[in-house]
Design a protein around this ligand. Structure first.
Ligand SMILES: Cc1cc2nc3c(=O)[nH]c(=O)nc-3n(C[C@H](O)[C@H](O)[C@H](O)COP(=O)(O)O)c2cc1C
Length: 147
């Protein structure tokens, strides 16, 4: 058994699509990729986003699911909220790597509960990102670019 944080979790690569901008209103803007395939990876994850054009690798809170709080059965979407940076990745190609499953998707009864939970998720991502080796930190330069 290996209890080391994995640096080789499942990855998704694609071009960032427009969301419906609700994430920004909630205080958690996201870069969105449409995903197909099995729902086994649905949930909320700590992971990283790498922007392929400049190689930056940044920690992110990642949600994969159908946003059942808002939609009865929405399309499956991967949404990545980047920690501490506000960059518009629309139209850029990114790779999202899942590191640690934080929880499964929940249908919240209200937006306030969702926002409070996402705040807690972000704290979990911070703890994960601080574990040596969780992010391949050795391969980054001081600006977070892959060296
Ligand atoms: C870290 C994180 C966790 C999330 N967890 C849930 C969840 O448990 N249930 C849910 O319905 N939506 C969840 N969402 C999705 C939000 O509903 C979604 O980001 C918001 O509606 C904005 O949608 P938009 O990107 O289309 O603007 C989560 C989003 C993030 C970033």
């Amino acid at each position: 058994m290996n209890s080391e944080p994995s640096t080789t979790g499942p990855t998704f690569t694609g071009v960032v699509e427009h969301g419906d901008a609700r994430g920004r209103q909630l205080g958690f803007p996201t870069a969105n990729l449409s995903v197909s395939g099995p729902a086994a990876l649905d949930g909320v994850w700590a992971g990283t986003v790498t922007t392929l054009d400049d190689g930056r690798m940044l920690p992110a809170a990642i949600s994969i699911g159908r946003r059942t709080t808002f939609y009865r059965r929405g399309s499956r979407l991967l949404e990545a909220h980047l920690l501490d940076v506000d960059v518009d990745l629309y139209g850029r190609e990114i790779t999202v790597r899942l590191g640690l499953l934080i929880r499964r998707q929940i249908r919240f009864t209200g937006v306030e509960e969702l926002v409070r939970q996402i705040g807690l998720d972000v704290q979990e991502v911070r703890s994960w990102a601080a574990i040596p080796g969780a992010i391949a930190i050795g391969s980054l330069d001081a600006d977070g670019r892959a060296a």
